[in-house]
Design a protein around this ligand. Structure first.
Ligand code: NAD
Length: 491
């Protein structure tokens, strides 16, 4: 059954939560008195729709329904998760929790996005403190997986585990803090870096751009993939972490840092930073910067996914929860009706598959069709094990026709008809659709080979039998339009 989330406060963060829930198939009901809330959430959602679905290599569930409500009770109706993202003012949050608890389901989770407050502070004076936890996200909530979960003894262990499971289901990474602390983990860290940056600016050592460059050309990239300690472990060389600490530990005693001291945050400093920031990035609008950020984040996370590391490893394991077409390894017998073209790829177009024309770029059609061919090979038993055993298929020829365009975030499906599957020959015809719209066709001719001699050879009996079964089932299909065509000579 479709689950419902209520979003109380739909600004930058609430909008991101709304998108995360919605694109993962939840219905979302928003309460925010700002008359602009619907427009603002619409803009966040547009960004999310182009970037989030393509992170996965399987389609996300059907998008849920989004609704806006003037009445808190209506917004909370049926909600099993309520995410509070109102401004960071404790009295306001207390008032909002009282309103929420007078309407909401007693079993619902009330997660607060607070960056600074401890859950014990949020729970003060609440009717049911055990229902309130901190679920602190990172902007953009629809792309970044980290959620800091902070709880108190008022929260029941089963309740916490169930809440964490819901977050995991949304593709998020719940990091449950051992103890509550002001500003949790990540923002304390960021605060320390921010304070150092303020000193460097105030003392005229570096500009905003130079500080950003010091991060993004160097340690920022390292941090994104390994964090702090694993990076330093590598830096310690073969002697490892102990050696690293022995070598660098005493640095803490040097007067390198002004960490405990804060520069006076006066108009002069604010003007200095704002002026430099305008010079650095003022040529772009915030919406443009958001899109650039999202493009970069998607490309980085997908690269990490290929390495099965960090945030990429999380994405990879989340894909296994999504039911896209037929999972790898599904035996032919479990495929159901084989008389129609077989679904060999089902996914959304990733941002990094698109080009300067704003649509899926040429080379990715071949990528998608190659994935479909791999899937078809898996289906007939020419899988990893078979290949390790010394036999495989090599592609001898491919022909792609581009018939219509498709944009980032749109769902595509490839259906495959086997035109010939006999002896050493395998001739496949892939059709790529977005809904009912035919986007492209890809025709491939493959030869079965011995990986030892690198020459064509007969496939195993099992592979031949699987191809025969498909050939029999698909015998009634018409020869597809466009099959066998070549590029025509210009008239
Ligand atoms: P924001 O100002 O963009 O959004 C706050 C929203 O709450 C606004 O749309 C406002 O109209 C609405 N609001 C105000 N009073 C309300 C009420 N009584 N009922 C319902 N809605 C109300 O702020 P934000 O940046 O989205 O921050 C929200 C929360 O998220 C804060 O607690 C903040 O600490 C936390 N947070 C922010 C970030 C960030 O990077 N901005 C990151 C993580 C967490």
């Amino acid at each position: 059954m479709t689950k419902t989330a209520a979003i109380v406060g739909g600004g930058v963060i609430g909008g991101g939560w709304a998108a995360r829930f919605l694109l993962n198939g939840w219905n979302v009901q928003v309460f925010d008195p700002d008359p602009e809330a619907e427009r603002k959430i619409g803009e966040v959602l547009a960004n999310a729709r182009r970037s989030l679905p393509g992170l996965s290599d399987a389609p996300l569930p059907e998008e849920g329904k989004l609704s806006f409500h003037d009445d808190m009770g209506a917004a909370l109706k049926g909600a099993v998760w309520i995410q509070e993202s109102v401004p960071e003012v404790l009295e306001l949050k207390h008032k909002i929790f009282a309103q929420i608890q007078s309407h909401c389901d007693k079993g619902a989770v009330i997660g607060s996005s607070t960056s600074g407050f401890k859950p014990s502070e949020l729970q003060q004076g609440a009717d049911a403190p055990g229902q309130i936890i901190v679920t602190h996200p990172f902007n953009p909530v629809y792309l970044l997986p980290l959620i800091e979960v902070v709880t108190t003894e008022e929260n029941d262990a089963d309740f916490i585990e169930a809440a964490k499971a819901e977050l995991t289901g949304l593709g998020l990474y719940p990091l449950h803090l051992k103890k509550e602390i002001d500003a949790h983990i990540a923002d304390r860290f960021l605060e320390a870096v921010w304070r150092e940056a303020l000193w460097l600016l105030k003392d005229g050592i570096a500009t905003t751009e130079e500080i950003d460059n010091a991060i993004r050309y160097g340690f920022g990239i390292r941090w994104a993939q390994m964090g702090l300690f694993e990076t330093y472990r590598v830096a310690g060389g073969e002697a490892g972490m102990k050696h690293f600490m022995a070598q660098f530990g005493p640095c803490l005693k040097f007067p390198w840092t002004k960490l405990m001291d804060v520069p006076e945050f006066n108009d002069e400093l604010v003007d200095l930073i704002a002026g430099q920031s305008d010079e650095q990035s003022g040529a772009y609008s915030i919406r443009e910067l958001e899109r650039i950020r999202d493009n970069n984040l998607v490309a980085m996370m997908r690269a990490l996914k290929a390495q099965d590391w960090g945030a990429g490893a999380l994405l990879k394991s989340h894909d296994t929860l999504l039911k896209g077409g037929t999972p790898l390894g599904t035996p032919l017998e479990a495929m159901g009706d084989l008389s129609q073209p077989i679904v060999t790829l089902s996914r959304a177009v990733p941002l990094d598959w698109t080009d300067y024309n704003g649509h899926m770029t040429e080379s990715r059609y071949l990528d998608a069709f190659a994935q479909s061919t791999d899937r078809f090979m898996d289906l007939i038993g020419a899988n990893n094990e078979y290949i390790e055993g010394g036999m495989s298929y090599f592609t001898a020829e491919t022909h792609i026709r581009h018939l219509d365009e498709v944009r980032a975030g749109e769902r595509i499906e490839v259906r495959t008809q086997m035109l010939l599957g006999k002896g050493k020959k395998l001739h496949l015809f892939h059709s790529m659709y977005a809904g009912d719209k035919l986007l492209a066709t890809g025709e491939s001719f493959l030869l079965h080979v011995s990986l030892e001699t690198r020459r064509p050879c007969e496939p195993s009996e099992a592979v031949s039998a699987a191809m025969a079964k498909i050939a029999e089932a698909q015998a009634g299909l018409p020869y597809p339009e466009g099959a066998g065509s070549a590029i025509r000579a210009p008239k």
